[in-house]
Design a protein around this ligand. Sequence first.
Ligand code: SAH
Ligand code: SF4
Ligand code: F3S
Length: 474
Amino acid sequence: MKYLYIETVGCQMNLLDSEMVVASLRKHGYELVPEPTAADTILFNTCSVRQHAEDKVYSALGRLRRHKEKFPQKIIGVMGCMAQKDQRLIFERAPYVDIVVGPGQLAQIPELVAKAEQGQREQLVVSLGRRDGSAAEIRRSHETFDPLRDPSMRPTPFQAYLRIQIGCDKFCTYCIVPMTRGPEQGRPPEQIIAEARVLADQGCKEITLLGQTVNSYRYTAGGQTTRLADLLGALHDIDGLERLKFVTNYPKDMTTELLTAVRDLPKCSPYLHVPAQSGSNAVLERMKRGYTVEDYRDMMSRIHETLPHAAISSDFIVGFCGETEEDFEATVALVRECRFKNSFIFKYSVRPGTRGAELFRDDVPEEVKKRRNNELLAVQNQISLEENERFLGQTVDVLIEGPSKTAEKEAGESEVLQLIGRTHDDRIVVFDGNRRQIGQTLPIALYDCNSHTLFGAVVTDHVGPELHGLSLGV
Ligand code: SAH
Ligand code: SF4
Ligand code: F3S
């Protein structure tokens, strides 16, 4: 038996990649351990979307320097987006790293680990850069890695991510993803459907389809083009699945056909994550997002027309190059107007290798970014709270995921404990329940909330005639 430690930062794509890598190394006799020091092989699945995500990994590597000196036979590998972006630089900054492997070569990890065990040093396997070959060569150099599923690595046994698309061709000027994940490529629908069947057979109730711009998904073969709406239709027929979600959406590709599919297919969650990034046209243009605030508004009204009860969430970047106070106020206004369920808010982080880094100066001071971040977050939190309050007194169906964070910390074995789950429209609900309810979808009556969480109680419909008789008899 050999031991594996894996640490994952970044988006859902990376979580899914880690699940696949663990599954493939398990096949080669590896077992997971919770501490790097207990492992024979230590892997970091990395993210380059912001500087902070990279810093975290470089410091974690720094902390392992001594350990590797003491135990030189241990294998340290860096995989994922930062591996693709930094390549040899990783060996320069941390010369004791054995393997650097990009997100397009994850299938090779067992082989690379085996070679490292035999003493091969500084193995580098990455995809071609976006200007380093013909379109077909570049596409081919980014391989998806999907067939192996490992239920134990999932968020819960009842929920799974399913990749339908890799890469991105939007080239927003701030963003490194098109460079690290390569060209946009849809997976063949037969593969996706077959994988969903496997997941459903494993007891999975909720599948979240993944793509950087998931609603741009298309796959053409034999003269026939499959789009996301068609895929949802096909997945909807799979028995056992209860909920279908998909992230992340690109505003320009939010077609009426897709919205109608979500409306007409009850398993599709009435939840859309569709990042706006900014409320200022000048900023959106510099970001090269390909839409105006007016376009985004139009999209919102189309969503509301077709899906009046859908929850919408967004991402925003504050302090992008040249963002003035008026630009920022326009973003605040958009958040107030759209009343998102929640928004992820980020301070702009300049990414070498992007068009933004070449074209514009990162001229908004850090304190200003911080203030705008806090201000926007406060506005969003107030809206999230008000939106949650509208649910108080209602009963909602909750897919129960497991013990709440509080219950996990207490780590007792008690049958009665605080549980956490989600509504169909992706709201977090916390309530007292019983361990055996985990994995079920149950009605929860909501009585309290904050901006992130709804609090409720399981509805027991056993208020039968006996009980009424009793109260009448008194
Ligand atoms: N493909 C997704 C998002 C990928 S990255 C989409 O297009 O919506 C997730 C989020 O990180 C982005 O939505 C954006 O808000 C943020 N982000 C990306 N690059 C960034 C950068 N250089 N600095 C700060 N935030 C960034
Ligand atoms: Fe990055 Fe834009 Fe592609 Fe999203 S759509 S991954 S923000 S380039
Ligand atoms: Fe990060 Fe790569 Fe995802 S840069 S956000 S891990 S696609």
